[in-house]
Design a protein. Structure first.
Length: 378
């Protein structure tokens, strides 16, 4: 991928950009295999490659600069570097970033000054669906400039007509955490529809969604294929997020339960299930619960025939590994963004052996990746 920002020494976020993309994939495959193969030598499917540009569905931009002349991008120390034309983003997101820069200028929103710890607008986050629809979030220090945004929503929709969902998030603290606890919705619609393999997943402002939609489609399809081959009558999807795995493995003869600690994500998952006409009980049902994945075995009756786990980088809690190891779960699918914690957890569950695996490159030009592993008791 050619990047003018990298060439001009303005941004080095893509740490592997000078490495040929084929070699990037090889390196990631070598890393993951080196950690997983000693624990079972699964059959490795061909890695799933990403587009090299235009693949990121979400732009998280630091707002800096001055009133009437904002930058949207990153900070170089305390000075803003504008990255509105970053080649990682698809055209609808790039257009929106330019339009939002104009909106911020015309409405005269006050960028946050990190060095002086004053100002209001900290970040702008734009998420784009495959159809080019958008969710726009303004991260403010307080509600002081909220009226300016609220009173100029007509202008915002004129400049960003694809914005289906617009919100303000309040982050009053001076720390490297983008989101605060309070979200204020400014549009009638509260969810962006992300169509993945024909399923219209609902995403709310504070819900997690994978950043590479095309590769996410392949990940969900791969897991659905493994589950179909195992043919379980019951599935638990732990760390289910907005329900991507659970809804992809729904079947008239199967009961699926998804658990996620985020109430917003669970609400989104339930909305999608209702839109698909899926029942909440009995054969063919898919239901979602707001619950900590580690607590799920104690909170739900019975044991599923297959479990799907998709934990954050820290991996599974030791208690959940212990439960899976001692349970009657016949198959599991582990989706991981950190092969070190994946390998650690597999060592904690020696009865569940890796039988097939696949690397999926969610994050080209970096050292990050997603790996999915099918486990079978034996």
């Amino acid at each position: 991928m050619e990047c003018g920002y990298y060439n001009r020494d303005l941004c080095h976020s893509c740490t592997a950009i000078e490495v040929a993309y084929g070699r990037q994939l090889e390196r990631k495959q070598e890393l993951v295999r080196g950690l997983v193969d000693p624990l079972g030598s699964p059959g490795w499917l061909a890695p799933v490659a990403s587009a090299e540009a235009g693949f990121r569905n979400k732009a998280k931009m630091v707002v800096a600069g001055e009133v009437g002349a904002p930058t949207l991008g990153i900070l170089d120390g305390t000075r803003g570097t504008d990255l509105r034309d970053c080649p990682l983003y698809p055209a609808p997101v790039t257009r929106a970033l330019h339009a939002l820069g104009e909106f911020i200028s015309r409405v005269r929103l006050l960028p946050y000054d990190v060095a002086k710890r004053r100002g209001e607008l900290k970040h702008v986050v734009v998420t784009g669906s495959p159809e080019g629809r958008l969710m726009v979030r303004f991260m403010l220090r307080s509600t002081r400039q909220l009226p300016k945004i609220r009173e100029n929503m007509d202008l915002l929709h004129e400049l960003v007509p694809a914005a289906d969902v617009v919100s303000v998030n309040l982050q009053p603290e001076h720390k490297a955490v983008i989101e605060g606890p309070e979200e204020i919705l400014l549009t009638e619609r509260s969810e962006l529809v992300m169509t993945v393999n024909g399923i219209g997943l609902r995403v709310r402002p504070r819900s997690f969604f994978q950043t590479n939609t095309a590769v996410t489609e392949r990940l969900y399809a791969q897991v659905a294929e493994w589950v179909s081959a195992a043919d379980p009558v019951s599935v638990w999807d732990l760390y289910c997020g907005v329900g991507g795995f659970a809804l992809h493995v729904a079947d008239p003869a199967r009961e699926v339960v998804g658990t996620e600690i985020s109430p917003e994500a669970v609400a989104s998952a339930r909305d999608t299930a209702r839109a698909m006409g899926l029942p909440e009980a009995g054969p063919g049902s898919v239901r979602f619960l707001a619950d900590d994945a580690a607590a799920t075995p104690a909170d739900l009756p019975g044991t599923p025939e297959l479990a799907i786990v998709n934990p954050p980088r820290r991996g599974l809690d030791a208690s959940l590994c212990a439960w899976l190891e001692g349970s009657a779960v016949g198959h599991a699918v582990y989706s991981s963004c950190n092969a070190k914690t994946l390998a650690r957890d597999l060592r904690r569950m020696p009865s569940l052996r890796p039988v097939e695996a696949r690397l999926l490159d969610m994050f080209p030009h970096t050292g990050h990746y997603e790996a999915a592993v099918l486990l079978r008791r034996g």
